[in-house]
Design a protein around this ligand. Structure first.
Ligand code: PEP
Ligand code: MG
Length: 598
């Protein structure tokens, strides 16, 4: 039966594929296709893992002290039985044989099928047996991970994360069905891991449009819907699903007619992309000759290639926190960071790279299971996040600054600091930078010139923009957080996402004020939040005086097209309209449509 699930659109376009349901706790399981010639060896891997787990369970049983409760031995018997159960093992082998899933993926796919069946059982006792299946699968996954680590060069024992790292890069899956990932939730760092994966679309139950999971999904430039609430419950493993990224709708098991319509739209949007990509080398200049800087937002140094490919003229935001995540509490050292920043700087071939100091906290925890360093508290978005954390760990902060200063030897670097709101923070940032320079000098290490900027993303910063402009070389407006903090709407919470409104007059007024003050002081100002890459705002931002936009590489072409068609002399009235209209979104849309018709 065909059903529709409604969510929040994250990135545009249409994806059609089979659903792969992944439990949030198991998103780090490697997902890759094996070749037809590897099916037998993959099944052998499963067999070895099963035998090893069976031995482990037998040994546990044998070592059980006589005084141990009888239930424990019975439980081990259940687990041993499950290890040989058709629904666990044979069905898993079928995923390998029929779909060419790797063993870990096949196991977790089958676990999702079984978990659903258990959830639907009437009998409470039987329903609880789900936990037993989960435990058995968990043991098997651990064993597979151990086997993979043993087989890998060096043979180091690994955890779940190393399995991902050791997994072959996504194979060309021509001939296989395209796949879309369905999960209740995916942490931003885990999302990042899917950048090189087999999935052609994403659906999550939770999240808002500017949650970091959504931002990473958007950076992959594949259709995604978040905040789809019941999706992971309503969609079943292997269902056919259509992700309509434009409308934020998911169609499950579409009828042939609906499917055909979506295939048509998919082709149309591919043609449109191809057309836009021809603008890659065209300079972004308005009809009246105003040059506009279109920069890229990146998460990892490797993303610089996409930035160049898209025709960005620099990096306006390198979110370095992704280098810090999922490392089990260990942080990247100075040299490791230096290499990452240098790689981005070198890749951009002399164009500026804006590297932001670490912004963990809120919906970007360091580690999936809590990091021990951060107690997230009741209001994580208002807690120890971004510069607050950096200043709480001054050694870590200076280490990051030193790595950035060293990378500046290889090309122009701008250092950007997130979430600054207090004068004391400004002073501390300058002191830390001066000390980091001094430390490099003392150690005889080369470093290059940098400019220092602040994100304007807390309303307090926007209100006291004049002071920021005196203290910093440039500013960059983080609209994602500026909206969140101005309107008191958690950007990651789908239940209030309807109130997360970039068109809110207070947001627009703050934006205009920041841009106007920066222009008046002759200080560079950019917008690097999602609004910069949203074509609905291009003319309004130009009208406010903005000439520098930073966005996902995939948005550059569309925004450039808007810039090329704009005439800033005629946009003044539009800026006023946006600020004064009852309903700015529709007023601006109507005014732009009217202007186009003339
Ligand atoms: C922002 O807040 O707009 C921004 C660009 O930073 P982040 O999304 O990483 O918080
Ligand atoms: Mg921010």
């Amino acid at each position: 039966m065909s059903i529709q699930v409604f969510g929040i659109q994250v990135s545009r376009g249409v994806a059609i594929g089979r659903a792969v349901l992944v439990a949030s706790s198991r998103v780090d399981v490697a997902h890759y296709y094996i070749g037809a010639d590897q099916v037998a060896s993959e099944i052998e891997r499963l067999r070895l893992a099963r035998n090893a787990v069976a031995e482990e369970l037998q040994a546990l049983k044998a070592d059980m002290p006589p005084e141990a409760p009888h239930e424990l031995a019975a439980l081990l018997d259940v687990h041993l039985m499950l290890l040989h159960d058709e629904m666990v093992i044979t069905a898993t082998k079928n995923w390998v044989r029929d779909r060419h899933y790797n063993a870990e993926w096949a196991l977790s796919a089958q676990l999702e099928v079984l978990a659903r069946q258990f959830d639907e059982m009437e009998d409470a006792y039987l329903r609880e047996r789900k936990a037993d299946v989960e435990q058995v699968v968990e043991r098997l996954l651990r064993e597979l991970s151990r086997l993979a680590a043993e087989a890998a060069p060096g043979g180091a024992a690994g955890n779940g994360a190393s399995v991902v790292a050791a997994a072959p890069a996504a194979r060309d899956f021509a001939g296989e069905d395209p796949l879309v990932l369905v999960a209740a939730d995916v942490a931003p760092a885990d999302m990042l891991q899917f950048k090189r994966s087999v999935f052609t679309g994403f659906i999550t139950d939770v999240g808002g449009r500017t949650s970091h999971t959504a931002i990473v999904a958007r950076s992959m430039d594949i259709p995604a819907v978040v905040g789809a609430r019941e999706a992971s419950r309503l969609i079943r493993q292997d269902d056919w699903v259509v992700i309509d990224g434009d409308a934020g709708v998911v169609v499950v098991n579409p009828s042939p007619i609906v499917l055909e319509e979506y295939r048509f739209r998919q082709r149309q949007s591919e043609l449109e992309r191809a057309r836009l990509s021809r603008l890659r080398h065209t300079p972004a200049v308005t009809l009246d000759g105003q040059a506009v800087e279109l920069l890229a937002n990146i998460e990892l140094p490797g993303d610089a290639a996409a930035a160049l490919e898209a025709g960005a003229v620099g990096v306006g935001l390198f979110r370095t926190e992704f280098l810090f995540m999922n490392r089990g509490g260990a942080l990247p050292g100075e040299d490791e960071q230096f290499e990452a920043y240098r790689a981005a700087v070198a890749a951009m071939q002399g164009m500026p790279v804006t590297i932001r100091t670490v912004d963990v906290g809120a919906d970007k925890p360091l580690d999936r299971a809590g990091d021990g360093r951060h107690d997230h508290g009741l209001n994580p978005a208002l807690g120890l996040r971004a510069i607050r954390w950096s200043l709480a760990e001054p050694g870590m902060f200076r280490q990051q600054l030193r790595a950035m200063l060293r990378a500046a030897v290889f090309g122009p670097v701008r250092i950007l600091v997130p979430m600054v709101a207090h004068v004391s923070e400004m002073v501390a940032i300058h002191e830390a930078l001066a000390r980091a320079r001094q430390q490099l000098d003392d150690g005889g290490k080369r470093h290059g010139p940098v400019t220092l900027g602040a994100m304007i993303e807390v309303p307090a910063a926007a209100v006291m923009i004049e002071r920021f402009l005196r203290q910093f070389d440039f500013v960059s407006v983080g609209t994602n957080d500026l909206i969140q903090y101005t309107l008191a709407i958690d950007r990651a919470d789908e239940s209030v996402s309807h109130l997360y409104d970039p068109w809110h007059p207070a947001v627009l007024a703050l934006l205009r004020q920041v841009i106007a003050a920066s222009v008046a002081h002759g200080k560079p100002v950019s917008v690097c939040g999602e609004m910069a890459g949203d074509a609905a705002f291009t003319e309004v931002l130009l009208a406010f005086g903005l000439r520098s936009f930073s966005m996902h590489p995939s948005c550059v072409a569309e925004i450039k097209q808007r810039v090329l068609r704009a005439d800033t002399r005629q946009l003044e009235a539009l800026g006023r309209l946006a600020l004064d209209a009852e309903s700015p979104a529709s007023a601006v849309r109507a005014a732009l449509a009217g202007a186009r018709e003339k």
